[in-house]
Design a protein around this ligand. Structure first.
Ligand SMILES: Nc1ncnc2c1ncn2[C@@H]1O[C@H](COP(=O)(O)OP(=O)(O)O)[C@@H](O)[C@H]1O
Ligand SMILES: [Mg+2]
Length: 167
């Protein structure tokens, strides 16, 4: 069997005295598409946030491509995430939102601008780069969040109920 691309090993997450994820284990092969199903509050979002680096596991290990990433910052992981509630930056334009990860990664501005334009075309909002998130519908905001996550070409893409607002 091939080496797993993502390996979540004995991960636990507690908030104070409450354990919300217990001994979670999952191996994902390269190219594999995996869905989590479970009732509201069972810990799906918490697992995704730990893989992306927005929560630190209380125990256990997360390995991507053979490298232990458990304690790395989100921007050091090459992981893209679309959040359940989009989490667009309200003070940034659509184009700045989509280009955020490219800027953080230090991509030269002309290249970043080109990539942002490509993404705006892909999500069929080519004229909307200068708008702000509040000027968009829920479905449009969700497409911006998706574009922001995939603009840096992450090796791993995490989608937290990403299609709930799309028509
Ligand atoms: N920052 C937090 N502090 C305390 N409890 C939290 C926090 N984040 C999530 N929880 C709790 O962890 C549990 C799992 O939440 P979550 O991962 O969002 O579930 P799901 O995405 O499966 O609906 C819930 O009971 C939630 O209330
Ligand atoms: Mg959730």
């Amino acid at each position: 069997m091939a080496e797993p691309f993502l390996s979540i090993q004995h991960v636990r997450k507690s908030f104070g005295p409450t354990t919300v994820v217990q001994d979670f284990n999952l191996d994902v092969e390269p190219g594999e598409f995996v869905s989590f199903l479970g009732p509201s509050g069972c810990g799906k979002t918490t697992v995704l946030r730990m893989v992306a680096g927005f929560e630190e596991p209380s125990a256990g290990k997360i390995v991507v491509a053979g490298k232990d990433i458990t304690r790395l910052k989100p921007n050091q992981r090459n992981v893209g995430m679309v959040f359940q509630a989009y989490a667009l930056f309200p003070n940034l334009t659509v184009a700045q939102n989509i280009g955020f990860g490219l800027k953080v990664a230090g991509m030269p501005k002309p290249d970043a601008d080109r990539r942002v334009a490509e993404m705006l075309d892909l999500i069929k909002l080519p004229q909307m780069g200068d708008r702000y998130p509040y000027q968009l519908s829920g479905g449009q905001q969700q497409r911006i969040a998706l574009a922001r996550a995939i603009a840096p070409k992450p090796k791993l893409l995490l989608l937290d109920e990403p299609l709930s607002a799309l028509d």
